[in-house]
Design a protein around this ligand. Structure first.
Ligand code: C2E
Ligand code: MG
Ligand code: MG
Length: 659
């Protein structure tokens, strides 16, 4: 019998039965189960004795401290039916020790894995790549409601929430691709129907039989997720109404834009909410907002979002909406709000101005911009009267945006005290004495410098900020004039202030004016409220009530810019005016135009007849002043006499010190 070099290397020497040197065998040949392997059972001998090819077998070469495992197969070299066995045979050996070591390690790790899996609170599974469950730990009963045996052979994707299955499939793909452990937070459905939040960590490993499989460990994190969501909600909710806040709204809009979902954005601003707040109090105002919030919320489907931006502004975001449907929705909102609501013991009917903007598929417009456009459209709606809807149009662009910016600035400016009062003296022409001052508001803008009222009063009026502005002007001017009246010769100095249409719409503002005057110490009789003629034209009952209330307070009333509006002499009869201010348009022609002179002469006799005073505005030239003086119109204002001046300059005029 012979043995080649490779066989000798594998076997670690010549097999004992091939040795004839009388040394004890250096290894023992054993079967897989460790028992000695009888010589005649071995493949080489079997092949020689039977003349047949033998199946491969594995045996161990046992040496002290180490066993190597060898696979052996044998075949006879030459068989001849006429020649009886034994034949010559040849055996081939393969060292399979490494393979078997690996198998054994796997079996051991499998045992360790089971030990952990069986006793943990996580659901541990092993599954084949086709998804079939090979093993499931007992925690499944507690966590998911089914016994581990029930899971065997089942595709475990089935216990996942249907919406999360695609993500789980992707996880599986990543596991196999990267060979790295992967984790996923997803929902699972308990057998009793509860939806749980779970976290699954998975990794791909070779199984006990060497084939690749996936091990997962899943843990219930529902309470943690819920706590996280509560926190997130707090950060994203408006505390008064529980609706989404601006941050949540922008997030949602961004998501829709990113996913290229067309959506309608409805920007609502309640009409005349300030009146409710001022007259019924803040808590009634809050109740009203909460009720409106609930109605809007009930109106919207689960995919929509209702947000409150603060104040009386609400925004609805409705995904997958056609333009016509967006308008229909706005109509429904108007209807829903028109239903009277019971707040603070009153039945109120509210309405809203609604601006609509459509986020189109693939529009990629930033969320902030969408919101701003909706806001601009809402402003347009506001200016068209109550309970109206306006859809945003590219033509609104720049001008409307500038208006919004001004409003924002003005609001901040009012808070920061950037509005100041200048005073234009009213002069008695005969003596040249200053008998009164007209308070004219200015805005000391941090970037744009000193602004005249023409640049911001429109915005102040539209936004209702003019009410706060009026308060500030009256407070400052009445205190100032009260102080000047302490100067010698100034005891009778009078104050004129302008009030806007908005302020006159709210008769309750008169009480506020009375309060401010009382605080300043200036008697109401020293104050004249100037009302634009145009305000009277579309005046409702509220304006007349305001004027009557001012009259009762003892404040005088002046009709400002007389002659510029479509004058109705009726107003002069109905409203207890004390003074009429002749507008600059007529004053301009005095001393030059016979027509203007005739008109002013007629006005003068009319006011005299009615027991009113006549004041000329906008006197810029000597000839105008001379004509007025000659005519007996004794009171005038104008650049010729004095420009509107800061308080310090007027103070210098009044005290005769060089200003
Ligand atoms: P108004 O009440 O008719 O005030 C007179 C305006 O004519 C002032 O313009 C004044 O600067 C200007 N003026 C005075 N003398 C002359 C002159 O000789 N020539 C010319 N060309 N102009 C003269 P201002 O200050 O720009 O105010 C414009 C309007 O803004 C005021 O008209 C008034 O209606 C309104 N306004 C001013 N302050 C207030 C305020 O505190 N509240 C409200 N609601 N309106 C105000
Ligand atoms: Mg005026
Ligand atoms: Mg005027």
């Amino acid at each position: 019998m012979s043995c080649d070099a490779a066989a000798e290397r594998i076997l670690g020497g010549r097999p004992p039965h091939l040795r004839d040197d009388g040394h004890p065998p250096i290894f023992e040949i054993v079967r897989e189960d460790g028992t000695p392997w009888p010589l005649l059972d071995r493949p080489l001998q079997a092949a020689a004795l039977t003349g047949r090819v033998t199946a491969a077998a594995v045996f161990g070469l046992r040496r002290p401290g180490q066993t190597r495992w060898i696979q052996v197969a044998a075949r006879p070299l030459l068989t001849d039916p006429d020649v009886p066995p034994p034949y010559a045979a040849v055996a081939t050996f393969t060292d399979v020790t490494a393979d078997r070591e690996q198998r054994r390690a796997l079996v051991e790790s499998e045992q360790r894995f089971r030990l952990l899996a069986e006793h943990g609170t996580d659901v541990v599974t092993r599954r084949a790549l086709d998804g079939a469950c090979l093993y499931c730990s007992p925690a499944s009963l507690e966590v998911l409601g089914f016994a581990p045996e029930e899971a065997l052979g089942v595709d475990l994707l089935e216990v996942l929430h249907p919406d999360d299955r695609p993500a789980a499939s992707r996880l599986l793909g990543r596991l196999l691709e990267t060979g790295e452990p992967q984790s996923l937070r997803h929902r699972a459905v308990h057998r009793d129907g509860r939806v749980l939040w779970v976290e699954t960590v998975g990794r791909a490993v070779p199984g006990p039989d060497g084939a690749l499989e996936v091990q997962t460990s899943t843990r219930d994190v529902t309470s943690r997720v819920e706590a996280e969501r509560r926190l997130a909600r707090l950060a994203l909710a408006d505390p008064l109404t529980g609706l989404a806040n601006r941050a949540a709204l922008l997030q949602r809009l961004e998501d829709l834009v990113e996913e290229s979902v067309p959506a309608a954005v409805l920007f609502l601003d309640l009409d005349r909410f300030k009146i409710v707040n001022d007259s019924l109090g803040h808590s009634a105002g809050d109740d009203l907002l909460v009720t409106v919030a609930r109605r809007l919320d009930e109106l919207c489907g689960p995919d929509s979002l209702v947000a409150r931006l603060g104040g009386d502004e609400f925004v609805l975001v409705v995904p997958d909406v056609e333009p016509s449907a967006a308008l229909a929705l706005a109509d429904v909102v108007h209807e829903v709000l028109a239903d009277p609501l019971h707040v603070g013991g009153h039945d109120l009917v509210v309405s809203a101005s609604i601006g609509v903007v459509l986020a189109r598929r693939g529009g990629e417009q930033p969320a902030e911009e969408l919101l701003r456009d909706a806001d601009v459209a809402m402003y347009r709606a506001k200016s068209r009267g109550r309970a109206t809807t306006v859809v945003w149009d590219a033509r609104f662009g720049a001008e409307a945006t500038a208006r919004l910016d001004t409003e924002r600035d003005l609001r901040a400016g009012l808070e920061r005290g950037e509005l100041v009062v200048h005073y234009q003296p009213q002069v008695e022409l005969a003596s040249g004495r200053i008998v009164g001052v007209e308070a004219l508001v200015r805005w000391q803008h941090p970037l744009r410098g000193l602004l005249a009222p023409g640049t911001f009063l429109g915005v102040a009026d539209d936004s209702g900020l003019v009410v706060e502005l009026g308060d500030q002007v009256l407070a400052a001017a009445s205190a100032q004039v009260a102080a000047w009246r302490l100067l010698p010769g100034c005891e009778a100095l009078a104050l004129s202030v302008n009030v806007s249409a908005q302020e006159l719409q709210r008769p309750e503002r008169v009480a506020r004016a009375a309060e401010l005057l009382a605080r300043s110490g200036l008697p109401p009789s020293a104050v004249t409220i100037e009302v634009l003629e145009s305000v009277l034209l579309d005046a409702e009952g509220a304006v007349e009530a305001s004027l009557a209330a001012y009259d009762r307070l003892g404040v005088r009333l002046a009709l400002d810019d007389f002659g510029t509006g479509a004058t109705s002499l009726l107003h002069l009869r109905q409203v207890p005016f004390d003074t009429v201010k002749v507008d600059q348009t007529f004053v301009g022609g005095l001393g030059a135009s016979r027509r203007d002179e005739a008109i002013v002469r007629a006005l003068q006799s009319l006011t005299q007849e009615l027991g009113m005073r006549c004041v000329a505005e906008g006197v810029e030239l000597e000839r105008q002043r001379d004509w007025l003086a000659g005519q007996g119109i004794g009171l005038a204002q104008g650049f010729l006499l004095h420009r509107p001046l800061p308080a310090a300059a007027v103070h210098a005029l009044l005290t005769g010190s060089p200003g």
